[in-house]
Design a protein around this ligand. Structure first.
Ligand code: LLP
Length: 432
């Protein structure tokens, strides 16, 4: 049941709140976040670092789900924040997130985005390419400022994950290549200029990764390079950021390992190399997104129309779909789901759960065992907390759903459902 339990009415309850009541109160589709679970995950990462004795920052990769309330929660838990656009940065500023713990990412940051980050005094800019270096330099010159940066390098490591979300392999749009001299050229450049305060290096090898091997290999590759650069340029990084990508369980096909295991093995690998090369141990930063919020999120939908295709399947359609969760259509992502209002009823048949968008590909789940469905039943889809709401869109002019936080038996609306007027807010008439 994801993070929920079944209450005495046979309803799905999350964070001590009946999801059927939530559906009535806030409408559907509705994103529900189990706040206690997010806190627990944040703690697990931080405790693992504490145990290792290494200085660290755990930055929430806010692309997984960003909103003012989410950023406030991250702040309460002592997380840092990875933002990738002026939109995410603006949200962080509005949430009064401490700027020194904000890291700006992106492979094509605009002059305006960089200026906004530098004006806000963010903790660092994770620089992706030479053009960006020239933009930062000109902004710093204009303002007489020094910008703390990490250089994002591409170590050329392929993590076993979905092709769409590979970023660490050699043919990647991200970062300075480590194997062909590009990263070294960038390092020489930034070390020579006073406007850059080079904190260290960053890499990110992919997403939804279930093994520690990729992280260890990446750490080794970076450490080796750093040793060379230490000899050549007396470069000694204060920070090594190994990105995010820690996998979670969506269905039985996924077998995640505890987040502490990633931290322990990453720290061990870096320690081993830095000790061997007699260099000072840097701080280790990571950027988990999915593993902080993924399974804390559940979406509930109301079930509407149905269609039976003889000898093939029965479709049941929900009041959302690829407009609020594009992952099944985009990545063939798999989810589990149950009837939130009849959790104790036995499954009778396998059905296909369709969305309401005008696309045959708008299917949430192809083969879901469910009790006999009735119009108006509530479907709870589990583990939708990461890259669900954040990738939601207005295709077919469907309104984005509301988001609620639940904790200790209480619910709180944190993102309002879009209104019809929201949809036309930026439209201009030809006649007025
Ligand atoms: N750091 C960087 C530089 C990243 O590019 C990402 C994710 C993360 C951290 C966080 O990764 P996580 O811990 O969440 O795996 N939309 C796709 C995932 C795209 C991931 C993009 N970058 C999905 O729905 O599976």
């Amino acid at each position: 049941y994801g993070t929920g339990r079944v209450n005495e009415l046979g309803h799905l309850e999350i964070g001590g709140v009946d999801t059927v009541t939530l559906g009535e109160q806030y409408g559907t589709p509705l994103y529900i976040y189990d706040v206690a679970l997010i806190r627990e995950r944040a703690n697990m990462f931080q405790e693992a670092f504490k145990k290792s004795g290494v200085k660290s920052q755990v930055a929430y990769a806010s692309k997984a789900f960003s909103s003012i309330a989410m950023f406030q929660l991250a702040m309460e838990e002592g997380l840092s924040l990875d933002v990738v656009s002026s939109g995410e940065l603006y949200t962080a500023i509005q949430a009064e997130f401490p700027p020194e713990r904000i890291h700006l990412h992106g492979n094509n940051k605009s002059y305006e985005e960089l200026e906004m980050a530098i004006d806000a005094n963010v903790g660092c800019i994770v620089v992706d390419n030479f053009y960006e270096l020239s933009l930062i330099e000109s902004i710093c010159r204009k303002k007489g400022k020094v910008c703390p940066i990490l250089l994002r390098v591409t170590p050329g490591i392929e993590a076993h994950t979905h092709d769409y979300i590979l970023t660490g392999q050699e043919d990647s749009k991200f970062g300075f290549d480590l194997w062909n001299g590009q990263a070294e050229e960038a390092l020489q450049l930034v070390l020579a200029k006073e406007c850059f305060d080079v904190l260290g290096l960053h890499c990110h090898i992919g997403s939804q990764i279930f093994e520690t091997t990729g992280f260890i290999l990446a750490a080794q590759k970076l450490s080796e390079q750093i040793r060379n650069w230490h000899e050549r340029y007396s470069f000694s990084p204060r920070v090594l950021n190994l990105g995010g990508g820690f996998g979670i369980r969506y269905t039985d096909e996924d077998q995640p390992i505890p987040v502490s295991a990633y931290v322990e093995e990453i720290v061990e690998a870096v320690k081993r190399d830095f000790d061997e090369y007699r260099m000072d141990m840097p701080e280790i930063w990571i950027e988990p997104g999915r593993s902080l919020v993924g399974d804390a999120g559940t979406t509930i939908y109301k079930i509407g129309s149905t269609k039976h295709v003889p000898n093939t399947r029965t479709y049941w359609a929900v009041d959302g779909g690829m407009s609020d969760n594009i992952r099944p259509a985009l990545y063939q992502a798999k989810y589990e789901a149950s009837l939130a209002n009849r959790m104790n009823d036995k499954a009778e048949e396998e059905v296909a759960i369709a969305g309401k968008c005008c696309e045959s590909g708008d299917m949430l789940i192809w083969d879901l065992p469910l009790p006999n469905i009735e119009h108006g039943d509530l479907l709870a889809v589990f583990c939708t907390g990461a890259y669900g709401y954040s990738m939601a869109n207005n295709y077919n002019r469907i309104r984005r759903p509301a988001v609620v936080f639940v904790e200790n038996g209480e619910s709180r609306l944190v993102v309002k459902r879009e209104s019809l007027d929201d949809l036309i807010r930026n439209d201009l008439s030809l006649y007025k």
